[in-house]
Design a protein around this ligand. Structure first.
Ligand code: UDP
Length: 283
């Protein structure tokens, strides 16, 4: 797909015929994002577990949005997810770019950090007994996270962890074995910590065979819980500067992602979508 940077933000009132969702959707670069607050997203996910409805979720941050804009097959993976929410201020800003200027648009209400949703799903597991499975997150990291969680939330129900190799993930027969392991635990929530776009691509490829109801690709969230990576303070995230903190913690790995790829993409997307109307005030 060409780097067609074009932002649109559309409000869909009630159940929408196009997306058939029971919530409003805002489109950013043609990706339908749930126009919900953090608490509403959490309630929605809980409801999905209670209803036993399968949801392949995407925590849409700027990096994932950029990847959808550069790669058509990844665009289709994300676009066809069951539930997409706005993980990060840049997505909110982009939803406002046109929303500020068009009657029929509603900007996204607030950011919904995927790593906080992971923490809250862990709390819900502690309170309601939901079974959690953690796939990925580097050797030993998911187990370390489970132990830490158990100290804070004694009734948490982590029914399994598994750290697959890259070869296992790309091999269909071996992936089926992983899926069998996950499904045998009857997990209701699956965290997939493999980094984008690998985690979304793997889930999308196997979503029909995966039994958990909430399937949440969650990037570095498990590292934050385990303490192998530092989570940025909430106030920085609210300013849209979480990336700066992560960059400072891990400059070698993240310089290309944030400075060379994501920042120019954000500027380009934002500038292209601001309609400069110098005489609007006089019309
Ligand atoms: N990871 C993994 N297997 C892989 C690639 C990544 O287990 O093949 C893990 C990695 O160890 C980390 C997590 O995926 O725990 C998230 O990766 P990353 O930090 O790139 O995600 P981000 O949060 O930055 O999107």
């Amino acid at each position: 797909m060409s780097a067609n940077v074009q932002t649109s933000s559309e409000s869909i009132l009630g159940v929408d015929a196009l997306s058939a969702t029971p919530y409003k959707v805002s489109y950013v670069l043609n990706i339908p994002i749930a126009s919900l607050t953090y608490q509403q997203v959490l309630s929605y996910l809980e409801e999905q577990i209670e209803r036993k409805a399968k949801n392949f979720c995407v925590t849409l941050n700027l990096d994932i949005l950029r990847l959808t804009n550069e790669n058509e097959s990844f665009f289709n993976v994300v676009k066809n997810a069951d539930f997409i929410f706005a993980d990060g201020m840049p997505i909110i800003w982009l939803s406002q770019a046109k929303g500020l200027r068009s009657e029929n648009t509603i900007p996204l209400p607030e950011r919904v950090p995927g790593c906080d949703i992971v923490q809250d799903m862990c709390r819900l597991s502690h309170e309601k007994g939901y079974k959690l499975f953690i796939l990925g997150a580097g050797p030993g990291v998911a187990d370390m996270a489970s132990q830490k969680l158990k100290q804070q939330l004694p009734n948490i129900n982590v029914v399994g962890t598994y750290c697959p190799s890259a070869a296992e993930l790309s091999n269909d027969a071996q992936s089926q074995e992983i899926i069998k392991t996950i499904n045998a635990t009857a997990a209701q929530v699956l965290f997939v910590a493999l980094g984008a776009p690998k985690q979304e691509n793997w889930v999308y490829r196997h979503r029909d065979q995966l039994a958990p109801y909430v399937i949440l690709p969650c990037g570095g969230s498990i590292d934050f819980i385990a303490g192998t990576q530092k989570k940025s303070p909430t106030w920085l995230g609210n300013l849209g500067l979480e990336w700066l903190y992560r960059l400072a913690c891990n400059p070698k790995r993240l310089f290309k992602r944030y400075i060379l790829d994501d920042l120019p993409f954000l500027i380009k997307a934002y500038c292209k979508n601001i309609r400069w109307q110098p005489f609007a005030a006089f019309s």
